[in-house]
Write a protein that binds this ligand. Structure first.
Ligand code: DP6
Length: 356
């Protein structure tokens, strides 16, 4: 008997130009384009195995061993349905293919980091789901084509189908067919950039991205300014900075965009606060670190960015990472012991993890 099963994995990505706001909540079409870096090591990944079998009575999914309900018309169901439709098309074109689109699927997904850690687990999760179904169904679809489907699971997931530097083009069409991810540059283009993740708080966030961003769309006048007059220029400028490997420009744009994202969250009614005092203290530390570098005739050495939670991600050239980690460890008391690949820490409140 043939077993129809495939496994795929996808990493987390962290946005430099933030996606915040949908113009279509069902299709997950954004109000602005966004750009991220996909973390390329094994620390923050989702790995997903899918199996199609005629003996299964329905589609089922387990996340870290716990079954999740696949709600009719929900995001999971939509992704599975869309992937199945692609397989069906293929089977119609080539009648010699086994008719596995008709079989129910069982899907098991695992994150190698705490799902509730305030890190982007939905991005890697939906990207791995779509990648594993694509492998199961042996689809000829490329990453941009798959990103159209991952996008309908979670917007930011579309960017995790590529490694390196990735843009999600917002598109214009009402059906979403031009709202997908594209590679800006592969990881090898600029391997010197590293990400340092500082876990300030690993509890689940208060306001989810999904509900928070829609409240912002409905109530924030600043968001309208951001969409029309800020993001388009920033997308072009940061893409150029990446192409030119210009860390100074990359850092300025990344920090400005994180700041503006948190400003639109504050401009929401009622206001949303994602950063806490520790997050702001880390910003102050990076600002001071950069100020000293510039005062000594140098350029910016690090860039902070924050998603919908208090945890900091610091992008920096590799040569600065050790110094930055030492600063963080010096100024922020570490709550627990942990392992890190460079052996830089003794004990880890702010728990930095070096992602090479
Ligand atoms: C702040 O992709 O989680 O991380 O599309 O509703 O699932 P949904 O939202 P999600 O939002 C991510 C928001 C962000 C910024 C970003 O990753 O671009």
């Amino acid at each position: 008997m043939t077993v129809y099963q495939a496994t795929a994995s996808a990493p987390v990505n962290i946005a430099c130009i933030k996606y915040w706001g949908k113009r279509d909540t069902k299709l997950i079409l954004p109000t602005n384009s966004s750009l991220s870096v996909t973390l390329d090591q094994d620390h923050l990944r989702s790995t997903t195995t899918s199996r199609a079998d005629p003996s299964f009575d329905k589609d089922r999914l387990w996340l870290n061993g716990v079954e999740e309900e696949i709600k009719d018309g929900g995001r999971l169901a939509t992704c599975i349905k869309e992937m199945r439709a692609l397989r069906k098309q293929l089977e119609e074109q080539d009648p010699s293919l086994p008719k596995i689109a008709a079989f129910p699927v069982h899907i098991a997904s695992h994150n190698n980091f705490p799902t509730a850690a305030g890190l982007a687990s939905s991005a890697s999760g939906f990207a791995a789901l779509v990648a594993s179904l694509s492998a199961l169904y042996q689809l000829p679809a490329d990453a941009s084509r798959l990103s159209l489907i991952a996008r309908q699971g979670s917007g930011s997931a579309c960017r995790s189908l590529f490694g390196g530097f990735v843009a999600w083009q917002m598109g214009e069409r009402a059906d979403g067919s031009d709202s997908y991810a594209v590679e800006v540059a592969p990881r090898e283009h600029w391997p010197d950039i590293h990400a340092l993740i500082c876990v300030v708080n690993d509890e689940k966030k208060g306001t989810s991205s999904t509900s928070g961003m829609q409240r912002t769309v409905e109530t924030s006048p600043l968001l309208q300014h951001r969409i029309k007059h800020v993001v388009p220029q920033r997308m072009a400028a940061i893409s150029e900075a990446i192409r030119a490997r210009d860390f100074d420009a990359f850092a300025r744009i990344t920090m400005a965009d994180s700041n503006q994202f948190h400003a639109v969250a504050l401009d929401t009614e009622p206001p949303i606060f994602y950063m806490n005092d520790v997050s702001r203290a880390i910003i102050a530390l990076i600002v001071e670190y950069n100020r000293v570098a510039v005062a000594n005739g140098g350029k910016l050495k690090a860039a902070y960015t924050y998603d919908a939670g208090p945890n900091a991600v610091i992008y920096a050239p590799k040569e600065n990472i050790k110094e930055i980690v030492e600063l963080i460890v010096k100024y922020f008391p570490q709550a627990e012991k942990f392992k890190d690949p460079f052996g830089l820490f003794g004990a880890a409140g702010v728990q930095p993890q070096v992602i090479p």
